[in-house]
Ligand binder design. Structure first.
Ligand code: CS2
Length: 490
C-alpha cells in the first residue's frame, strides 16, 4: 500500500456531487496528487446523491479508501485520503444549500452520469418532461429532487450570503458538459429566480471537461485485495485501470487546485479531446457492450478476446475517427491503438451490462451524432448501424441463448412499449424507436438509408445471431475498401 502523502489539516475547497466509483478513481486521485505536489486547501467534501450506505461507510473509515490500480504486472494500492467528509443527499437538501453558500467552497464538481442532468439532449435545454425536473419546477415549496434544482438553490444562497462566485464543473460523458450544465441552470433559474441569472453569468463559471479512466463497479476481488492489504474490510475500495486523462477548460471563477501538476491538461478548448473520447472510446464501448451482452459474454475483455468481435471494434473506431474534424493536433490512430490495449487489459473486469445501461442517454452522442455526419457526407454507416441494431435487439431483454437481460434505462418503459407495439418486423421496430419521446436521435432513425441498414442488420441478429450480423457489417466495410477510392472508412 502506498501511504497517503497528505497532511491531516487540509481544508475543504471542493464540494463534489456523486460519490460513485468513477469520482473516487479519477478526480479524487488527480486532486490528491495535485495537493501532494502543489498544496492548497483542496480537500473534497463528497455527497452521495442516493446511497447513504456508501457515505456512512466512508465516514466510518474517516473518508479513507483503497484505490487499486490494475497494472499488467499486478495491482498497485494507494491509500486515499483526499475525501475529508462524505454524506448522502436524501433528507439533507438544506445542508447542500448551506455548503454551496460557504465561501471556503470554491468549486463544485459533479459526476451523476448522463441521466442525472434532466436534460433534453436534443435541444440542450432543461427537460420539462423529466419527472424530477417537472416536480421541482411545479412544487417550489416541496423538497427538491433534481440536480439542477439543488444547484440553483445553492447558487441563490451563495449570492444572498454575499460570497464570491463559484465554479461548477460537470465531469460526466456529455458533449460540452459544462456549457450544457450552464444552459440547464439558466433555464431553471430564469423560471424560479430571474435575478439570479445575471449574478450567475457575472460571477460563476462552468468549465467543460473531458474525463477518462475505465473504472468498473467494485467486485468481490476488489474488496478481497483491499482487505488482504489492510487486514480489515474496506467498503470504499475500488479498482481502476492505470491510464487516466483529464482535459479541463481553463475557465474558473476563482482559485483551483494545480491539477496540471498531476498530469491534467488545462486548455482553452476541450471539444476536440471530448469528441475523440466520446466517439472512439465510449462509442466502441457501447458497441462492445451490446454485442457482448447478446453473446452472453460477461466483460469487455471477453469481447476483445474474440477475433471477429475485436475486428469489428477496430472497424468501428476507424469509422468513428473519420467523423472527427481534421488537423486538430490529435492523433486518432494512436488513440485507437491505445484504446484497444486498454479494452484488452485482462486485469480489468468491466461488465458489458454496466456499460449497456442507460443506452437512451448514451447513444445520441456516441452513435447517432457521428452517424448523422456520415450520412451527410455519404460515408459508410455500417458500424454505427450495427451498434444501433445491437442496442435495439438488446432492448428486447433476451440474449441470443434466450437468457433474460435486465434493461436499465430511464426510458425503459417507453422503449419496451414501442418495441412491443411494433411487432416483429425490423423496419417497424426501428420506426417505433424513432418516435419514442425524449430519445435524441437527431433524425438518424428516420433517415431512410440508416433505418434500412439497421433493419437489415436487425433481421440478421434475429435470424442468424450476433456473429452473423458482425460479419455482415464487416463485409460492408471490406466491400467499401475494395471499391476504387474507398478506404480508411471514408
Ligand atoms: C462507459 C464509461 O459505462 C460506460 O458507458 O463507456 O463509463 C467509460 O468506461 C468511461 O467513460 C471511461 O473513461
Amino acid at each position: 500500500m502506498i501511504p497517503s502523502p497528505l497532511r491531516d489539516d487540509i481544508g475543504t475547497g471542493i464540494l463534489h456531487l456523486g460519490l460513485g466509483a468513477f469520482h473516487r478513481a479519477h478526480q479524487a486521485a488527480y486532486t490528491q496528487d495535485a495537493v501532494a505536489v502543489a498544496g492548497g486547501d483542496w480537500g473534497i467534501e463528497a455527497v452521495s446523491m442516493r446511497n447513504p450506505a456508501l457515505a456512512d461507510a466512508l465516514t466510518a473509515q474517516g473518508g479513507r479508501y483503497t484505490l487499486i490500480e490494475r497494472h499488467a504486472e499486478g495491482p498497485r494500492l494507494l491509500d486515499m485520503s483526499i475525501i475529508r467528509r462524505a454524506w448522502a443527499l436524501p433528507g439533507n437538501a438544506a445542508r447542500l444549500v448551506a455548503r454551496m453558500a460557504d465561501p471556503s467552497i470554491r468549486i463544485v464538481t459533479i459526476t451523476v452520469t448522463e441521466k442525472g442532468y434532466g436534460a433534453d439532449l436534443a435541444a440542450r435545454r432543461l427537460n420539462r418532461a423529466d419527472a424530477v425536473v417537472a416536480h421541482d419546477l411545479a412544487n417550489r415549496a416541496a423538497p427538491r429532487q433534481s440536480l439542477v434544482g439543488h444547484l440553483v438553490a445553492g447558487l441563490a444562497a451563495r449570492r444572498d450570503a454575499g460570497a464570491s462566485g463559484l465554479t461548477v464543473m460537470s465531469c460526466d460523458n456529455l458533449p460540452e458538459n459544462g456549457t450544457l450544465l450552464a444552459c440547464l441552470i439558466r433555464d431553471f433559474a430564469a423560471e424560479v429566480d430571474p435575478g439570479l441569472v445575471d449574478w450567475i453569468e457575472r460571477h460563476c463559471r462552468f468549465p467543460d471537461s473531458m474525463v477518462d479512466r475505465i473504472t468498473p463497479a467494485a467486485n468481490e476481488a476488489t474488496f478481497a485485495i483491499a482487505e488482504a492489504a489492510l487486514g480489515c474490510p474496506d467498503l470504499g475500495a475500488i479498482e481502476t485501470e492505470p491510464f487516466r486523462q483529464w482535459v479541463i477548460e481553463d475557465n474558473f471563477a476563482g482559485p483551483r487546485p494545480q491539477w496540471e501538476t498531476a498530469g491534467a491538461q488545462l486548455v482553452r478548448d476541450v471539444a476536440p479531446f471530448e469528441m475523440m473520447k466520446l466517439r472512439l472510446l465510449n462509442g466502441s464501448h457501447s458497441l462492445i457492450a451490446y454485442l457482448g451482452a447478446l453473446r452472453g459474454l460477461p466483460a469487455v475483455r471477453d469481447v476483445m478476446a474474440n477475433a471477429e468481435l475485436g475486428a469489428v471494434v477496430r472497424v468501428f473506431m476507424r469509422h468513428a475517427a473519420a467523423t472527427l474534424p481534421p488537423n486538430r493536433g490529435l492523433d486518432a490512430d494512436a488513440y485507437a491503438a491505445a484504446l484497444i490495449a486498454r479494452f484488452e487489459n485482462r486485469a480489468i473486469q468491466h461488465r458489458c451490462l454496466q456499460i449497456a445501461a442507460d443506452g437512451s442517454q448514451k447513444m445520441p452522442q456516441r452513435i447517432f451524432a457521428p452517424a448523422r455526419e456520415r450520412l451527410e457526407t455519404g460515408g459508410d454507416i455500417s458500424a454505427f448501424a450495427l451498434a444501433t441494431a445491437a442496442w435495439i435487439r438488446f432492448l428486447h431483454g433476451q440474449d441470443e441463448t434466450g437468457a433474460r437481460l435486465d434493461i436499465k434505462d430511464p426510458l425503459a418503459d417507453h422503449l419496451r412499449r414501442a418495441l412491443q407495439d411494433a411487432g416483429s418486423k425490423p423496419q417497424a421496430r426501428v420506426a417505433a424507436l424513432a418516435r419514442v419521446p425524449g430519445l435524441a436521435h437527431g433524425g438518424v432513425l428516420d433517415n431512410r438509408r440508416f433505418a434500412e441498414r439497421v433493419a437489415a442488420l436487425l433481421e440478421v441478429l434475429d435470424g442468424d445471431g450476433t456473429m452473423a450480423a458482425v460479419r455482415a457489417a464487416t463485409q460492408d466495410d471490406a466491400d467499401a475498401n475494395r471499391r476504387p477510392g474507398g478506404s480508411r472508412g471514408h
